[in-house]
Design a binder for this molecule. Structure first.
Ligand code: ATR
Length: 266
């Protein structure tokens, strides 16, 4: 079976290496996964591109997670909530969309924080990534989730039962949380910004970021300097891929091999 990831730019994507390593570990010689660069202006050709290549299952990444929706016959409820799709499965010419980013993040978080069910969690940022994770977290976590954002109007289309606060209020209440999750792009790439002042951080609080390039964002570096446990976005990437594989095949992937394949290339 032929798999792919579509995006733009896509040449640095680690998805092909990660999925091909899994196929090899499972001795699936007929499976192959490629990266396909589709610029914005060619996106209207998506159906032709995928069909011509004989692809039956694919991932969708930046900037096409929303663009893909009009081309799908069905989307799952997580994609509906987030308004974005990262996984597509083609069954009898029917294109079905899923979003595994939120479940991928939460599954990764559970590995490092097994008692997630009882955690008091603060999320920073209220974009698409945040909404997807918040929607998954509210399914498992008993204490009410708190989400902090610079711009309160971002919450207007959020229908989740959560506490919505400003970043300033989050700074003063910081010591009340067991886990802090940064979903903002502050600290990504060469940007050295930290989205919140960490002075009030409690000693035990786990600080997590959905980014893994850089491997330690400035917020994680600062938390680590403080002696706090930290967690980056690598697990989210691996588990979103693992969840996509489960949707496509109904089989369990070799997560260890997938993670090693990514780590080797970082
Ligand atoms: P994504 O879809 O990847 O989540 P997004 O929709 O662009 O990305 O959302 C980015 C989020 O990070 C937003 O909540 C944004 O806050 P605003 O709504 O106030 O714009 C937040 N964000 C971005 N840069 C930030 C920064 N430097 N400090 C704090 N929050 C930031």
């Amino acid at each position: 079976m032929k798999y792919a990831v579509i995006g733009n730019p896509i040449d640095h994507s680690l998805s092909p290496a990660m999925h091909n390593a899994n196929f090899e570990a499972l001795h699936d010689e007929d499976a192959s996964y490629e990266a396909i660069d589709i610029p914005q202006e060619k996106f209207h050709l998506i159906k032709e591109i995928i069909t011509e290549k004989g692809i039956e299952a694919f991932n969708v990444t930046i900037p096409h997670k929303e663009n893909i929706i009009p081309y799908l016959d069905e989307i799952d409820s997580q994609s509906e909530t987030v308004g974005a799709v990262n996984t597509v499965k083609i069954v009898n010419d029917k294109w079905i969309g899923y979003n595994t980013d939120g479940i991928g993040y939460v599954t990764g978080l559970k590995q490092v924080y097994p008692d997630l069910e009882h955690a008091y969690i603060l999320m920073l940022g209220a974009g698409g990534a945040s909404k997807g994770i918040a929607n998954e977290l509210t399914k498992y976590v008993q204490p009410k989730l708190t989400v902090a954002n610079r711009t309160m109007s971002r919450f207007d289309n959020w229908n989740l039962d959560i506490n919505k606060i400003s970043l300033t209020d989050a700074e003063s209440a910081l010591s009340e949380f067991d886990i802090i999750i940064n979903t903002t792009p502050a600290g990504m790439k060469s940007n050295k910004e930290i989205p919140i002042n960490l002075d009030n951080l409690a000693e035990h609080t786990l600080v997590s970021d959905i980014v893994y390039i850089p491997f330690k964002t400035p917020i994680l570096e600062k938390a680590e300097e403080n002696g706090n446990p930290i967690h980056n976005g690598l697990d989210m990437f691996v588990y979103q891929g693992a969840e996509s594989f489960k949707i496509w095949t109904g089989k369990m992937p070799n997560i260890k091999v997938m993670k090693e394949a990514v780590l080797k290339r970082l």
